[in-house]
Write a protein that binds this ligand. Structure first.
Ligand code: PLP
Length: 451
């Protein structure tokens, strides 16, 4: 077993015991991989760390580098490895399906896609009973927007500042963060409402006050009728920012009164991650008309979904519509296994428990470190924002980068980002234990103390 304290620093808290050590790495060296990456991969792929880390193995909530050193994963491949790296049940389902049938066109009946559509839609409330399968979150949101426009006959879409819904041309238009925006045509008919951010927003945690701004926006910037409203239920890429209390019920009413449909982007918040609910939107007591999913739905396999009502789904039957890889049987097998594992291992309950404990521990840390401006989130979807001054809330960008790098050296792989680049995003595999939380908080404590 690999129980040793972090190797390259030889200092810092010890990882919880874990009974697995990867085989010795025999692939290309880290230097060679770095060279290839620099020469042949998209240069926009940011080098997050000054000293990059190479990952060659993953088991449950842990990742291993080429030296066999173990790290605690707090980011889960950007909230994608939901039930754990190489989870045995997901692996088994994928391997069995790979050996039986890897691909077939959607013009044939296939058991996996039909059964998964039933199992997935069983998890949704109300009349959300028809699933379309795609390969990514961007594709899912593209499709949701098209459905909203076709169904309502209207064009205008309301989104939120600080939103992230993907980087296709259409979804880039929904983006509310300059950091990801390119100067290309995008966002026709898209309007950005005030972000109901309890920490930085002008109305604090007063959701209905932000909705009054949306009412004004609809009156001022649209013909009065809108196609829809799309929102995350905790803004993920934006820094794990929850929407102010009571925002969604008020916003949904305004949009529906203006003839639009409500689209919940559950790409990060779905499948029990928030602990208190299976779907993020349930935390605000609303039922959307369209729900989009990706990332954790397939535990790392390319899979996305749009689930809607039979009435809205009917608009896409007016013409031909299909997606080559959407509903691929291997991805379907993974998706089905993920649903089973979440239930069998009670991972939603674990997100509530481990996540609640994490938030408590982080709030204690906040009492000792003035630089922690905000600790927020739900379940295992948590944001920690560093500020130079709690009054002015000036983002502590450089300090965030320093702590982020130091945590990596101490064996904790965090997520970092947010609109101002000063937020840690803690969104680990849903199997994190209390011991993992203790380790993560101890590492953060040490890295913050060393600043
Ligand atoms: N929606 C949300 C909430 C996301 O966080 C992301 C990706 O980070 C997307 C959509 C886009 O998903 P993809 O990168 O699979 O296109």
């Amino acid at each position: 077993s690999s129980q040793a304290a972090p190797a390259d620093s030889g200092e810092g808290p010890a990882l919880p015991p874990f009974d697995y050590q990867p085989p010795a790495w025999t692939g290309p060296s880290k230097e060679e991989v770095l060279r290839l990456r620099k020469a042949h991969l998209n240069p926009a792929i940011f080098h997050h760390f000054k000293k990059p880390v190479m990952i060659v193995d993953g088991k449950m909530q842990y990742l291993f580098d080429e030296t066999g050193r173990r790290y605690l994963d707090a980011f889960a491949g950007i909230v994608t490895v939901s039930v754990g790296h190489c989870h045995p049940e997901v692996n088994k389902a994928v391997i069995e399906q790979t050996q039986r049938l890897q691909h077939t066109t959607t013009i044939y009946l296939n058991d996996q896609v039909a059964e998964y559509a039933k199992e997935l839609t069983d998890k949704l409330p109300g009349d959300l009973k028809v699933a379309y399968f795609v390969n990514s979150g961007s594709e899912a949101n593209d499709m949701a927007m098209m459905m909203a426009r076709l169904y309502t006959g209207a064009h205008d879409i309301v989104t939120l500042r600080n939103a992230y819904h993907g980087l296709s041309e259409a979804t880039m238009g929904l983006l509310g963060q300059h950091t990801w925006k390119y100067p290309v045509p995008q966002g026709f008919g898209v309007h950005h409402a005030l972000n109901p951010n309890p920490y930085r927003g002008v109305f604090g945690n007063d959701g209905p006050a932000y909705a009054r701004d949306m009412e004004d926006l609809i009156k001022a910037a649209t013909p009065g009728r809108v196609a829809g409203f799309i929102h995350e239920t905790i803004q993920g890429v934006g820094g794990a920012v929850p929407l102010a209390d009571g925002y969604l019920p008020a916003a949904y009413k305004l949009i529906r009164d203006a003839g639009g449909v409500c689209i919940a982007d559950e790409v990060q918040t779905g499948f029990g991650r928030t602990g208190s609910a299976y779907w993020g939107f349930q935390n605000q007591g609303v039922i959307p008309d369209i729900v989009t999913m990706a990332k954790g739905i397939g535990n790392g396999l390319p899979l996305g979904a749009v689930v809607t009502t039979p009435e809205i789904a009917a608009v896409l039957a007016q013409r031909l519509h299909f997606n080559t890889f959407g509903g691929n049987p291997v991805s379907m097998a993974a998706g089905r296994a993920v649903l089973r594992v979440i239930d069998q291992e009670q991972l939603q309950g674990n997100c509530a428990q481990a996540g609640g404990y994490l938030l408590d521990r982080l709030r204690q840390l906040q009492e000792r470190h003035d630089i922690i401006g905000d600790v927020r989130g739900k379940g295992l979807m948590v944001g920690v924002e560093l500020v130079k001054d709690r009054q002015t809330k000036e983002p502590a960008v450089q300090e965030t980068a320093t702590v982020f790098e130091r945590c990596k050296d101490l064996g904790l792989l965090l997520g970092k980002g947010g609109l101002h680049g000063n937020a840690f995003r803690i969104k680990p595999p849903m199997c994190w234990t209390k011991d993992d939380v203790n380790f993560a908080v101890a590492v953060l404590d040490q890295a913050l103390s060393e600043l």
